[in-house]
Design a protein around this ligand. Sequence first.
Ligand code: ADP
Ligand code: MG
Ligand code: MG
Length: 487
Amino acid sequence: MNNIPKDLLEDLKNQAVDWAYGNGLTMIKKPTEEEIKNQQVIVSHLPFSLLPSQFDQSLYQQSISLAQDFNLLVHYLSKDFNYIQNTLKDVQDDFTQSLLNIHRIIEKEGIKQNISLGIFRSDYMVHNHDSNVLPKIYQVELNTISSSFGSLSSKVFELHKYLIERNQLKQYGYDINNHPNNDSCIEIASSLSKAHQLYIDNNNLLSDHNNDANKNIVVLMIVQDGERNLFDQKLLEFTLWNNHKVLLIRRTLNDIYQRATIDENLNHCLKIDNYEISVTYFRAGYTPNDYHSQKDWDARLLIERSYSIKCPTISYHLVGAKKIQQAICKQGVLEKYLENESIQRLRQCFTGLYSLSKEDIDKETVAKAIANPNLYVMKPQREGGGNNIYNQQVKESLETMNQDQLSSYILMDKIVSVPFNASFVRERQLIQTEALYELGVFGLLITDKDSIIQNDQGGILLRTKTSNSDEGGVAAGFAVIDSIIFK
Ligand code: ADP
Ligand code: MG
Ligand code: MG
């Protein structure tokens, strides 16, 4: 698939850049100091892979089929208040402890809204370090809050379809029949709409809302100030409107703190700026940087106390902790929550995960990691990329951190993929590079107390990164959005 002539590659790149700008495959560029001063906002195309990357169809099917198992796992774990509190109690950071505090307050006061919405993304890498062993997929992590790129991923699949068909690339090995559709944007919008409709139906049963009042009921997206991945969010907003006629408003945690209220006389519904909120969908609030002061924490608590459907609830959020990912690998834990068949499927995608907590630090593996730091990754309780520790620093950290510091991390086997050649397009430039990828599978879950209303996979995201970078942030400039073509 690498024998495309240079001039055709350049032509494809130009077609792709125009397509990207013409179809909203865009993001806001990090401003220079000069641009900040002049209040300029520059939009550039999303960094993307020029053509789809080959992916093994059976590994793809396997990862897709795990979505429902992970959804159920999050659901059952989220019901287990004590397990969450106990597992995370030693994670020594203020952020996790503040989330746990809200979790305790809500448990004590009682949950106002029994319906929950989950838009999750389980990320996998292909482990194929040894050519004598069949490649496997291993889970990198499960995101339960702010799982992003659902919309722009759909767009990149469309872009690649366009390029392949328009330029008859079958002769170079790109057969459109091997290029799946990816409806992640449509699927995620559809789940948001379902949750919104459930809210309205229940509201009508509970109170004397009339149709006019329903008109002011909207989905609320909690956003960061100056979000650069704006168009991924906007495309979802447009799809929610176009396909379902559901309005989505954007507010920051600070807006919530300043102006939102809970109407005690009306089922504890959440109100802001003359709107009533059906679903609060967090695209912020996953990192300590989103909580600038106690006010932002107060806003999070206010939302959690309200009757709006949360995506995610505080318990769904906490279940996505990396410490929980490690803890549930231990024998006997999954057995408490899931059927045998589910457990078998899930265990196949778990790589080695080891505790560094006070209570049960895995000393044997720590010694192995000090001897062979390149085989492991140390991960703190953080989201958003750029926080992990690799290579020689694993050794140094394990040797120098005290037990309290170590408790905030987990240790994980490094997943090793064989690099391949890829063409990235960044800032209108074609870049040839050695690359690796990470496949994300969206999981969509709607539950009402114990009953499961929706449990589906919601499409995929392929992020491809240069093979010499340990982490693959798209915004950080290492990764691009990609699509898959079956081998
Ligand atoms: P975050 O929540 O910050 O995205 P991740 O667990 O996804 O945290 O780690 C960030 C990145 O680090 C991943 O996208 C992947 O590139 C790399 N990474 C994480 N865990 C592993 C692992 N076990 N082996 C190899 N690379 C990993
Ligand atoms: Mg994450
Ligand atoms: Mg990640």
